[in-house]
Structure formats: C-alpha cells, structure tokens
Design a protein around this ligand. Structure first.
Ligand SMILES: N[C@@H](CCC(=O)N[C@@H](CS)C(=O)NCC(=O)O)C(=O)O
Length: 216
C-alpha cells in the first residue's frame, strides 16, 4: 500500500491527500511532527534528506515533492487522463500551474503563512532564522492578482474541468488569510475556492474553515 509521510497542517501534504481522496486511492499515513522538529532527525532524513513533507513511497518508488507526487498519482491512478491531460498542450498547461504553485505560491502566500502563523521561514531555513513576512505577502498578493485574472475568464486553471493544477494551487491560496493576505479583493479566486470545496472527495484541513485560527 502507498505510504504518505505528511503533517495535518502542511498544505503541500494536503494537495496529495486531496488527490488521493478524489481518486479514491487508499494509503497509509505517517505523521511527521514538523512542530517538534522530527523532519530534522536522522530517521526522517534517511527518507528525505531535504527534511520536508510530503514524501510518497509506493513499492520501489520514492517521491519527495508534492508536484512530483501529483503527477505520479494522476498518471498511475487516473486512466481517463482527466487530472493530467495526455495531449502535449494540455499537459503543458497543467505544468505551467504546477510551476506557479512551486514558485509564486510557495514563496508568496505559503511563506507569509509560515512566518505569521507558525513563526518560521520555511523553505529549508532554520526555524530560528527571522524572516520578514512582507516579501511573502507582496508576492502572495501579486500571485492572487494573476489567479484573479485567469479565473475571471474560466472556472478551472488549466482545462475545462479540474486538474492537478487546481489541486496544487488550492491549499495555500485558500489559507492565505492565515498569513494576513486577504482574499477579499479577489472574487473570482473565492468562487474557485468554493468550486474546489464542492469536488467529490474534497477534504478539509485545519485553517480552511477558519483561516484566522492559529495553531495552539
Ligand atoms: N517543494 C516541496 C516543499 C515541501 C514543503 O515546503 N514542506 C514543508 C511543509 S508544507 C516542510 O516539510 N517543512 C519543514 C520545515 O520547515 O522544517 C513540495 O512541494 O513538496
């Protein structure tokens, strides 16, 4: 059975949980206690030298990045090729948004949330390294503007139906208010969040229902 190393408050883990749920793929969850620093220990570093979740282990396959895992699961468990289209233009359109999630979103709203709500910089920085949240907030607001323009013209990011592009961008965009980045100015983004929430198989995560909640 697939094993997923994850954490409940990790949006990058949530992308994977969400796709596994939508595809109805069973898996075994291994909780890595990020807040206690378990990701820095030798046991987890043997699984992922980068000290990050999520990590997916499926037999001989070990993948240490949420985007790589989404691509793998879509190819392995979606024979209809809806979550990751097989035609070159369709696949390219999805990859464009996976790259956006790994850059603009990760270094924008992800970082703002990490600093404001968890007091860490994330992205491989030591947890006692002080990071100014404004950089993530500025980049976050800019990425929401980009999404607003796109989602003002269509319902889903990369196709006429949901794909892993939507799954990859969803968690940290929906959780942006945890990093003091407001979603109020972006009505098309908010309507898209509501559409994702209505997907069969949608899963909640801490902070989605009340993004202003702070971890204890
Ligand atoms: N590029 C990676 C980033 C993963 C990542 O940022 N993981 C965070 C949790 S969401 C983590 O494990 N951080 C550990 C730490 O900050 O010490 C991916 O997309 O999976």
């Amino acid at each position: 059975m697939i094993r997923l190393y994850e954490h409940p408050e990790s949006g990058n883990s949530h992308k994977v949980r969400l796709l596994l749920s939508c595809l109805q793929v069973p898996y075994e969850s291994v909780n890595v206690d990020l807040l206690a620093g378990e990701q820095m220990g030798d046991a987890f570093r043997a699984v992922n030298p980068r000290g990050e979740v999520p990590v997916l282990v499926d037999g001989e396959v070990v993948l240490r990045d949420s985007m790589a895992i989404l691509v793998y699961l879509a190819r392995r468990h979606d024979p209809d090729r809806r979550w990751l289209p097989a035609d070159p233009a369709g696949e390219g359109a999805v990859m464009e948004w996976l790259a956006f999630a790994a850059s603009w979103i990760q270094y924008g709203v992800f970082t703002a949330r990490a600093v404001v709500a968890f007091g860490i910089g994330g992205n491989g920085l030591p947890h006692d390294f002080a990071v100014d949240p404004r950089e993530g907030q500025l980049r976050g607001a800019r990425s929401l503007e980009i999404l607003e323009t796109t989602l003002g013209e269509r319902d889903w990011l990369a196709a006429a139906h949901p794909t892993i592009a939507d799954v990859a961008c969803f968690p940290y965009v929906a959780l942006a208010p945890m990093g003091d980045v407001s979603l109020e100015p972006y009505p098309a983004v908010r309507r898209w969040i509501d559409r994702v929430r209505e997907l069969p198989g949608f899963l909640d995560m801490p902070g989605l229902a009340d993004p202003h909640a702070r971890p204890a």
